[in-house]
Each structure stands twice: as structure tokens, then as C-alpha cells.
Write a protein that binds this ligand. Structure first.
Ligand code: ADP
Length: 323
């Protein structure tokens, strides 16, 4: 089933008194596309999502979803699916009853509801869970049900607000893959709000990076990573080696930085810290000019030892200069 005609935001602005929480945001989400709204706490992500849902009045701008202008349309008539960090399932209904809720409100027959429930539960990996009580579910299972429930009515837009924020890391990794597979499999248009760069990159077709109420870059994950719009974006997506070079701001990706003995080529310094992380050694090297470069690789170097660091020129990324 198609995800509808996408989402269109034009100059959306939301104010709380003097605070401009969302500032002139324009964004097109194509039908079937997944866009992650990524930014630090307080940058306005939830406010924008609430504005799209019709839960906050717009100070300016307009919202259209599924090919329909939503000005003045109440939340329950906006044809949206919502999923939040805390599961907000109906405790008095079993799993099947929760997933069937939307289709029931749409007037679907009992047979259609049963088919849709079975289809959605299979998609989210909960085959056979229909008769389970909500209270008996683990956190990860409850979020799978919440996803199935949001998708069941085939809304024109699904919005997910930090949907994995309350899960431990391994559940989060599992559910990240489920989200991407299910949303793309259904061709569902989706806006996924998160402060977690790894999650945004893993789930979305494009990432919209937000800062202080404004979108600062909207691009596919690889473009945001390789060519961040500015220092803020570079740091927010996890680059740690921002190096001034040749009149431009460069990024030295941690894995591309070579660490050699003191007699090696490149800038010299001292190992300030070493830790084992994700199967690799991460070193912080304090260079002679006082700056710190982080490296990642297979070999360990002792804290305090004299080393040199260098980078292959073709591995250097450049922070986009202002247009
Ligand atoms: P995020 O979701 O990115 O963490 P929010 O959208 O919650 O950010 O908040 C954006 C800004 O709006 C923040 O400065 C926040 O303090 C402010 N804000 C959010 N909700 C309200 C509210 N109900 N009343 C006043 N200010 C608010």
C-alpha cells in the first residue's frame, strides 16, 4: 500500500512567548521516503512534530500531508500514525486489539482487521503474539506493537518521536533494523525524530539536521557524514578530528589516521589516553601544538609514548565552506 503524497512543510514557525522553538522550517518528504529529524535536546524537534500533528498552533507557515493542506484540520483527522518513546498501548486490549484499533476506527470488517493484524505482527517479528496481554510484553516487544499499531491504518504519514530512546543498546540496534525494513517494505512516508546520529543514519533515506529551531542541512546520511554543512553538524554527527588545514576546516576520520612511532612521518605528539572500543584501540594523541587527534585501529600504543600521526590526503573530508 502506498504511503500517500508525502509531507510538505513551508516556512513553519512555532513560538512559545518570546521563544522561537521552530524557525521558518521548509522541508519536502517524498512519498515513501523516511526522513530523520536529528538534533540536540531543545533544538525544536518535538515541537515541529507536534505542529505537524496539529498539537501546536503555527505562528507562520503551512503543513500539507498526503496531498492535503492541514491548516485547521484537527489532529484525529490528519491521517497520521504516531509512535513515542514510552509505549502508550491500551492496557485493556490485547496485542491484536491494539493493532486493530486504527482499522476498526476506519470501519474495516472483522476479516480485514484480522488480516491486517496478522500481516503487521509478522512484519514486526511478533507472529503469534495477538492474544498476549500488553502488560506481559518486554520493552522491545511493546515498541514493536506500537509500531504495528501506528502503521495498521496505512496513514499518509507516520511520525516517530525518539521511538527507541527507552531501550537498551542491543534492543535498540535490533529495532533500528526492524524500523528501516518495515517502513521501506510498506513504502510508508515517515518522519523519525531522534537525537541519536547512529539511529538517524541507520533508519533514514535523508537526515534533516536541526539546530536552534532551524534546519541546517538536509541530505542523505553519507553526504551529511562526508560533507557536513558546518562545524556544528560535523561535531554532532560524531566527527572528532576537526583540523585547520590550508585555509579550510578539515575532518580527519579516526580510522584513516595513521599512528606510528616517534620516528614516523607526520605531526608528533604523545599518547594521552587509550581505550578498547568496539573491537579496536582508540587513542587520543596530544600534538605538540596542544591540539588533540583521535585515532582508531588494531594496534595498541601505551599512554605516555611519543608517536606521530598522519593521514592519507585522499581520506581527508572537508567541512563545506559557507555558500
Ligand atoms: P527537542 O524536541 O529538540 O528536545 P523541543 O521541541 O522540546 O526540543 O523544545 C524546543 C524549544 O522550545 C526549547 O527551548 C524548549 O524549552 C521550548 N519549549 C518546548 N515546549 C515548550 C512549552 N510548552 N512552553 C514553552 N517552551 C517550550
Amino acid at each position: 500500500m502506498s504511503g500517500g503524497a508525502g509531507l510538505s512543510l513551508a516556512g513553519v514557525t512555532v513560538r512559545y512567548g518570546e521563544t522561537v522553538a521552530v524557525d521558518d522550517v521548509s522541508l519536502e518528504v517524498a512519498p515513501g521516503e523516511i526522513v530523520a529529524l536529528l538534533g540536540p535536546s531543545g533544538c525544536g524537534k518535538s515541537t515541529l512534530l507536534r505542529a505537524i500533528a496539529g498539537l501546536e498552533p503555527l505562528a507562520a507557515g503551512s503543513v500539507a500531508a498526503g496531498g492535503r493542506l492541514l491548516d485547521g484540520v484537527p489532529t484525529h483527522e490528519r491521517d497520521l500514525g504516531l509512535m513515542f518513546q514510552e509505549h502508550v498501548l491500551f492496557d485493556h486490549l490485547d496485542v491484536a486489539g491494539n493493532v486493530a484499533y486504527g482499522p476498526a476506527r476506519q470501519g474495516r470488517s472483522a476479516g480485514e482487521r484480522a488480516d491486517r493484524v496478522a500481516e503487521l505482527l509478522a512484519l514486526v517479528g511478533l507472529d503469534g503474539f495477538g492474544g498476549r496481554r500488553v502488560a506481559s510484553l518486554s520493552g522491545g516487544e511493546a515498541q514493536r506493537v506500537a509500531l504495528a499499531r501506528a502503521l495498521a491504518p496505512s496513514p499518509s504519514l507516520v511520525m516517530l518521536d525518539e521511538p527507541l530512546g527507552a531501550l537498551d543498546r542491543s534492543r535498540r540496534d535490533e529495532l533500528t533494523a526492524v524500523l528501516r525494513r518495515v517502513l521501506t517494505g510498506l513504502g510508508q512516508t515517515a518522519l523519525h525524530v531522534t537525537h541519536d546520529q547512529t539511529e538517524a543514519f541507520a533508519v533514514a533515506d535523508r537526515v534533516a539536521v536541526m539546530r536552534d529551531g532551524r534546519l541546517v542541512q538536509v541530505a542523505p546520511p553519507e553526504v551529511v557524514w562526508r560533507s557536513p554543512a558546518d562545524r556544528f553538524v560535523a561535531e554532532f554527527v560524531g566527527h572528532r578530528n576537526l583540523v585547520d588545514g590550508d585555509g579550510r576546516l578539515e575532518i580527519w576520520p579516526e580510522r584513516a589516521v595513521w599512528l606510528a612511532g616517534a620516528d614516523g612521518e607526520g605531526r608528533t605528539g604523545t599518547v594521552a589516553a587509550a581505550r578498547f572500543d568496539d573491537g579496536e584501540w582508540v587513542h587520543e594523541v596530544r600534538l605538540d601544538d596542544g591540539s588533540v587527534v583521535v585515532t582508531r585501529g588494531a594496534r595498541a600504543s601505551a599512554v605516555g609514548s611519543s608517536v606521530s600521526v598522519s593521514i592519507e590526503p585522499e581520506a581527508v573530508l572537508v567541512v563545506s565552506p559557507p555558500a
